[in-house]
Design a protein around this ligand. Sequence first.
Ligand code: SF4
Length: 243
Amino acid sequence: MFEKFKSPTLFFSGGRDSLATLLFLRPYWHEITVAWSNSGASPQSMVDYMASIAARVPNFVELRGNQPAWIRANGWPVDVVPVESTAANHGAVVRTIQFAPRTSCCGANMWEPLQRYIQTNRPTLVITGQRLDEVLRNRQRDGEFTKSTDGVTYWNPINAWDETQVMAYLREQGEPLPPGYADGATKSVDCWNCTAYVEHNAERYASMQRNEPEKWEQIHSVLRELGERLRIESKPLFDLIGA
Ligand code: SF4
């Protein structure tokens, strides 16, 4: 199937969409490499899950970020950044808790390892589980096939599926959902301590609050500080526009 491509690789996040894609490709597993980008803060349940996937497929590679070190240097990832509490705001009071855009954190710890993999191994086909109706998706890769400027073809085999189809397919395959979904996650759980993607993590936070209160306290204290900083820093704007 992949004769015309060099080193075809599936970027596998451990979310239900990438799992459906992996199962969809089952007849071709011997032809592809499954690559997982471990941020360096993956929950143990995901590490164990990936070990089980690695035992099932012929070719599996784990790529590594270093999210804990990155957060120490740059701040906690957030959806909305209070600028006065960032590492880049050199003129300001240095605050104990600093924040950074989630895109920078995911970029450094999840996406750069994948880019390094591409630069090192030069696959000409990268397969992903991206779907067109997802909110969190790479819009440059919309469509079943796209080609990047460096000559890599991206293939999203389940591009046109919706969430119901994915769930039905996994049931039909008799495949349990990856870690996190039973706790209410709606996407792959990349980092146990992520303080961004709050909209998608709300159910998971609630589960953590019930089952792992000491972990929840670490996250909650960061979110509390974030809420306070956003309230202070956004007040002049809301006063101005009368909102
Ligand atoms: S999921 Fe959250 S903590 Fe993990 S790399 Fe992305 S922004 Fe950072």
